[in-house]
Design a protein around this ligand. Structure first.
Ligand SMILES: Nc1nc2c(ncn2[C@@H]2O[C@H](COP(=O)(O)OP(=O)(O)OP(=O)(O)O)[C@@H](O)[C@H]2O)c(=O)[nH]1
Ligand SMILES: [Mg+2]
Length: 247
């Protein structure tokens, strides 16, 4: 029975995969898991198949090569919407997004929550949000990037780059996903901006973000530059569009 799907994109996460799936299954036993692997050279895809063979709630998608996080998520969204899941969660494989925070994210989507959301963001930069094991330099880069995107795009969210998110599927279905072109790290900002423009109710809940212990970061300076350049261009474009409509 469709319900909640936790999407875990992977590229060379063999050391992390079994642990993260185990923790998701423990924290949210009713949720299914979809691993989206971009032909990881370290064999993450084969390991995902092994796990799926012994757990019917775990699914795997294999993509031909490394095309970026955004491409993997768009593929997963289409897969999940096709199959009628009600809630779609984004989660990194490296343990930065703690599965134990998942019930809090899902609760904010509930109809009986104080302000039921279309999109819930696991936020580092609101009261109660924390980060563990990040060098100050990384913290300031992330805070600065979030603040810049918030101002440039006029979105109300504190953590605009966070990758730990939960979408209500019916809201995601209304989004123009074909207009989301960012494939790298800016994908998160791109999606948030489109969600905001589409009138989504976006709610932030505090999470503890933990730096990866195993494996290597796929974050590069090129990814940061792509994100900053795009945010600047979107900000300018949306201002002109508003002026054009007299807003
Ligand atoms: N399928 C797929 N997954 C990816 C790709 N790039 C990154 N990922 C996954 O996306 C998640 C986030 O990537 P990370 O490398 O952790 O990026 P980050 O969190 O910004 O950087 P660090 O935590 O410092 O390593 C991880 O689960 C990665 O394995 C990609 O091109 N394709
Ligand atoms: Mg990470």
């Amino acid at each position: 029975m469709p319900g909640t799907l936790v999407v875990i994109p992977t590229f060379n996460e063999r050391e992390n995969l079994a642990a993260i799936i185990g923790r998701v299954r423990a924290a949210a036993p009713e949720a299914s898991v979809l691993v989206v692997d971009d032909a990881s050279p370290d064999g993450t895809g084969a390991l995902a198949e092994e796990i799926a063979a012994s757990d019917a709630s775990v699914h795997v998608r294999h993509r031909a090569g490394k095309e970026g996080l955004g491409a993997a998520y768009l593929d997963a969204f289409a897969w999940a919407l096709d199959r009628g899941y009600d809630v779609i969660v984004q989660m990194d494989a490296d343990g930065s997004h703690r599965p134990e925070d998942l019930p809090g994210l899902l609760h904010a989507l509930d109809a009986d929550a104080a302000t039921p959301a279309d999109l819930v963001i696991g936020s580092r930069w609101i009261d109660g949000g924390r980060i563990e094991n990040w060098p100050k330099r990384r913290e300031w880069l992330s805070r600065g990037g979030s603040a810049y995107a918030r101002r440039a795009l006029r979105v109300p969210t504190r953590d605009t780059t966070a990758g730990y998110r939960a979408f209500r599927a019916d809201a995601l279905r209304r989004m123009p996903l074909d207009d989301v072109h960012t494939r790298g790290y800016g994908f998160q900002v791109d999606m948030l901006w489109h969600a905001h423009e589409a009138g989504f109710r976006v709610v932030e809940v505090p999470v503890t973000f933990v730096e990866r212990e195993h494996g290597r970061s796929k974050m590069t300076i090129g990814i940061v530059v792509e994100a900053m350049a795009r945010v600047t261009a979107w900000g300018i474009r949306s201002r002109f569009a508003r002026r054009g409509t007299g807003d």
